[in-house]
Design a protein around this ligand. Structure first.
Ligand code: DGL
Length: 275
């Protein structure tokens, strides 16, 4: 089983920021990625829809016989973990719990702030998970919906529009008690510098994708499932729409080119079975 790939899915291409962390942490693992680019964004959708889509994505990834599946999408992790665990016969790791665990550790008698999509913030999944580990931590949260399209447009931390958006969303969260901010969306690590600069050096930045890669490493090691290979692992990507755009934008999320991107027809990922 150790030679089987790690399956990863996301609402689109943002999950490649999690793949980037997996590659850093576990360079010899093969990765099969599904980006639901036909139905992105998930962040403005209802729980019912996100659960249905997330389970369909995971079932598609399952066809590639993964040893473990990573729900790289924060929105799917926030809204659908229970249903994903119930629907899948392999371990599933979401990004919310690892990010929340790091925030709970870093709160240190002060407060933490969570940034995410509208659906992630409305679900309160991060505050719930942080409080389960650290009931004393004060948790603030802000939905930052504009940041996703800004990143996909190619705007970075140096861009004045990005800096204005960051200031607008984060100003209410800033304060002397703030110890850490959670980047609770796949796209926000790409704006890490603008966020860190606005909040100042005293505020730790938690990248949920990075924390998730560490958890995946621990989990595979504990289960004796780390790849025995010494070669660089492969990345195979599948998308539900527009592979050319995926290929083009992916380089912003990953340090390497993604060459293998295959379009998946709806009948291969939309199931008749509803969760
Ligand atoms: N991948 C999503 C997340 O991390 C962001 C994009 C979307 O709204 O689908 O929440």
């Amino acid at each position: 089983m150790s030679t089987q790939p790690i399956g990863v899915f996301d609402s689109g291409l943002g999950g490649l920021s999690v793949v980037r962390q997996l590659r850093r942490e576990l360079p010899n693992e093969n990765i099969v990625y599904f980006g639901d680019t036909a139905r992105v964004p998930y962040g403005s959708k209802s729980k019912r829809t996100v659960v249905t889509f997330a389970v369909e994505c995971a079932r598609f990834v399952l066809q590639h016989d993964p040893k473990l599946i990573v729900a790289a999408c924060n929105t799917a992790s926030a809204l659908a973990m229970e249903e994903l665990h119930a629907a899948l016969p392999v371990p599933v790791v979401g990004v919310v719990e690892p990010g929340a665990a790091a925030a709970a550790r870093l709160a240190d008698g002060g407060s933490v702030a969570v940034l995410g999509t509208e659906a992630t913030i409305a679900s309160r999944a991060y505050p719930t998970a942080i409080h389960a580990l650290n009931p004393q931590a004060a948790v603030d949260a802000a939905a930052c919906p504009l940041l996703v399209p800004l990143v996909e447009e190619g705007r970075d931390s140096a861009d004045p529009i990005v800096q204005l958006a960051v200031r607008t969303y984060l100003e209410p969260l800033r304060g002397p008690k703030l110890r850490a901010v959670v980047l609770g969306c796949t796209h926000y690590p790409l704006l890490r510098e603008a966020i860190a600069e606005f909040l100042g050096a005293g505020v730790a930045i938690v990248d949920s994708g990075r924390e998730t890669a560490l958890v995946v490493h621990e989990r595979l090691a504990a289960d004796g499932l780390l790849s025995p290979s010494r070669e660089q692992g492969s990345i195979r990507c599948y998308v539900s729409d527009n592979p050319a755009r995926f290929r083009r934008v992916s380089s912003r999320f990953l340090d390497e080119d993604v060459n293998e991107v295959e379009l998946v027809e709806p009948e291969r990922y939309i199931s008749a079975l509803q969760p």
